[in-house]
Design a binder for this molecule. Structure first.
Ligand code: SAM
Length: 220
């Protein structure tokens, strides 16, 4: 049975962090790795897409205690847990879809997203990544840690299965449902380039999970 994205995570809130750290291969490595990829200067401005309860921030705030983080997420309960965990930090939390929430231009030193964007197509991601590109300051960059399809066939199969389930359950087009439809790394990199990012590098790889860094590059 398909569940709406925010509801899916809020229903599992109590077990979320433990499950994430124990059930996903190498999570104990890629969360701290991702945190280390982010700027550590005082008061760095960071945008976190799909922040959830902020597992990546568990590892980031010890490195950058004065960072100013804007987190966007659909799940109210996840955001409340994040706020409670880091009540002493400069956190600004926005409940909504990162596809819809406007981002301030030239505000952020870096953006991060962990385990959130593997539900969406290239067509959906390119306009989001353009908005993100504009939100980064000159020299800013985006760190994406997520899991990826291992082949074009896997990517297509997951997408077809979601379409089939949506038809079977008469799910509403335009609603966001929790069903994993990862792109291949190659298609993710294409989407980032199509949005304007000048350079995209793979910084780390753990099985199907990768950390990518997309650089805005110098001003035009
Ligand atoms: C697996 S959790 C990851 C949370 C956190 N980044 C972490 O790694 O612990 C995925 C999160 O992405 C959020 N999410 C998925 N699609 C979203 C969207 N379109 N806009 C905002 N948040 C979204 C979900 O609500 C959920 O909290």
């Amino acid at each position: 049975m398909l569940e709406q994205m925010g509801d899916f995570f809020d229903r599992r809130l109590e077990i979320y962090e433990e499950h994430q750290l124990t059930a996903i291969d190498s999570a104990g490595e890629f969360y701290p790795f991702t945190a280390r990829c982010l700027p550590q200067k005082p008061e760095a401005e960071i945008l976190d897409l799909g922040c959830g309860t902020g597992l990546e921030l568990n590892f980031y705030f010890p490195l950058a205690p004065t960072a100013r983080v804007t987190g966007i997420d659909l799940a109210e309960g996840m955001l409340a847990a994040l706020q409670q965990k880091f009540s002493d930090k400069a956190l600004r939390l926005i409940r909504g879809s990162y596809f819809d929430v406007p981002f301030e231009r030239d505000r952020y030193d870096a953006a991060v997203s962990v385990e959130s964007l593997h539900h969406f197509t290239q067509e959906e991601k390119i306009p989001l990544y353009r908005k993100l590109y504009d939100a980064l300051r000159e020299g800013g960059y985006f760190v994406l840690t997520d899991y990826f399809a291992r082949s074009d066939e896997e990517e297509t199969l997951c997408r077809e299965e979601l379409r089939r389930l949506m038809a079977e359950e008469s799910a509403e087009a335009g609603e966001l449902y929790h069903y994993d439809t990862p792109l291949t790394v190659e298609h993710e990199i294409e989407a980032l380039h199509a949005a304007g990012f000048k350079r995209v590098e793979i910084l780390g790889r753990w099985g199907a999970t990768c950390t990518l860094r997309a650089d805005k590059g110098p001003g035009e």
